[in-house]
Ligand binder design. Structure first.
Ligand code: SF4
Length: 429
């Protein structure tokens, strides 16, 4: 049997004490409404009603790529000029829209009122609206609210705000002395969730995933809860769970073979799984993934990569591409650096890596062009100008939309980096 990979496989503390380059200038990011794209696919009886402008409606519609007649589980209640001029009572309008929606869609069990820049600018109090609508529609439908606005946020914060809004309503255990229970927090594609659940169950661990696939299946949370984060952008959700007494299990994120192994190991250690059992459960998938990664490593080894801050996945991705694919890190930008959640990841970055937090886009572009990396991971707005400069790019948002966690997806994740380089080589040939 091959040995279990420890969380820190070397004695170096990597970038644990890194002092990031902090920038607070103009940023190029999507807003938190984007999270609706993957959240509405996950929670199958939820509806996301954006209270916003036509711009918000266009963003969601085009990002989701759903036909208007396909009855999607999201929509926009448009704030128009009359609302902005105070000529109409926005709350009355909203109640009417919700009434119509719920009458037409009896399958909805959970309704999110999602705030936007326009609703925040006119100081529309959606928590008050949710409270009022709950008195009308609960228990048939639960109404919650959160903000997806782009004011001072980055696009993955939409999921964080959504999950954090659900935490206060999670059921408490019926007995005060409930046995410890494992919960995985963060939206994962169903296929990934099934694989991770399968591995954990073969270790004898029962696990709840949050968010669940249906709103009626909300996990119980309390002091008995031990939770693993599946996504690195859930600071508010983690804080809300901790306020309910749940304990966070610190671990790298389940990206690549090492990350997945260490993430599973954190659960196994917390629940006393025997090392032999852990090893026998994970060995085959680990070896398969290592073999599949080797092909991509041949192409990516020694390639220089630059991460612009966008998804908050940058640090775990940088750790993966460096340690498992041999890429050289030019700069690793992140919108926010959560020291505690990132501690195991920072320890795995090579010492001396240039880590930046926040953005001043012009200065960062200057650094990037001066460094001339082989590949840049960035938002859509920067990709085309950089491609025009001859730099190969990868859209950060694609890394959030694609199932990339776990062993079986490790090679797919590597492929997201190797394919753009391959494409450029073909175009240059
Ligand atoms: S929430 Fe703000 S940033 Fe997002 S689409 Fe609407 S107006 Fe634009």
């Amino acid at each position: 049997m091959s040995p279990v990979i420890p969380i820190r496989s070397d004695t170096s503390s990597g970038c644990s004490d890194v002092v990031p380059l902090v920038e607070r200038g103009q940023r190029e990011v999507f807003c938190g409404l984007t999270g609706i794209i993957w959240l509405h696919r996950k929670i199958q009886d939820a509806f996301f009603l954006v209270v916003g402008s036509r711009t918000c409606a266009h963003l969601i519609q085009s990002a989701a790529g759903v036909m208007i007649f396909a009855e999607p589980r999201f929509g926009t209640a448009i704030i128009d000029e009359r609302d902005l001029a105070g000529l109409a009572d926005v709350h009355t309008e909203l109640d009417r829209v919700v009434q119509q929606l719920l009458a037409r869609r009896p399958d909805i069990r959970l309704l999110f009122l999602v705030g936007s820049c326009p609703s925040e600018v006119i100081k529309l109090d959606l928590s008050r609206a949710a409270e009022r609508l709950n008195t009308i529609h609960h228990p048939a439908v639960r109404v919650l609210n959160y903000s997806g606005s782009g004011i001072e946020t980055t696009f993955t914060q939409g999921e964080d705000a959504c999950l954090a809004a659900m935490v206060p309503g999670l059921p408490a255990p019926s007995a005060p002395e409930a046995p410890p229970a494992l919960m995985v927090v963060g939206t994962l594609a169903d296929v990934v969730e099934d694989q991770l659940r399968g591995l954990l169950e073969r270790m004898g661990l029962k696990v709840d995933f949050f968010p669940p696939r249906r709103s009626q299946e909300m996990p119980v949370v309390g002091t008995h809860t031990r939770f693993l984060l599946a996504q690195p952008f859930l600071a508010d959700t983690a804080r809300a769970l901790q306020a309910r007494g749940a304990q966070h299990l610190g671990a790298p994120f389940p990206l690549g073979v090492e990350g997945t192994t260490a993430w599973l190991q954190a659960a196994a250690t917390a629940f006393g799984v025997a090392p032999e059992l852990f090893d026998s459960v994970t060995q085959a998938a680990r070896q398969r993934a290592e073999k599949a990664l080797a092909v991509h490593r041949q192409r990516l080894q020694g390639q220089r990569i630059f991460f612009f801050p966008d998804s908050q996945l940058e640090i775990p991705l940088a750790r993966f591409v460096h340690r498992e694919l041999g890429m050289d890190l030019v700069e690793v930008g992140t919108p926010y650096l959560h020291r505690q959640h990132m501690a195991p990841e920072l320890a795995w970055l090579p010492a001396g890596t240039r880590v930046s937090e926040g953005q001043d886009v012009d200065r960062q572009l200057d650094r990037c062009l001066a460094d001339a990396p082989d590949m840049v991971v960035c938002g859509l707005g920067l990709a085309n100008p950089l491609e025009a400069q001859g730099i190969t790019t990868k859209w950060a948002i694609e890394l959030v939309f694609t199932p990339i966690q776990g062993y079986e997806q490790a090679a797919d994740l590597a492929g997201l980096f190797s394919r753009p380089l391959q494409r450029r080589e073909k175009l240059a040939a």
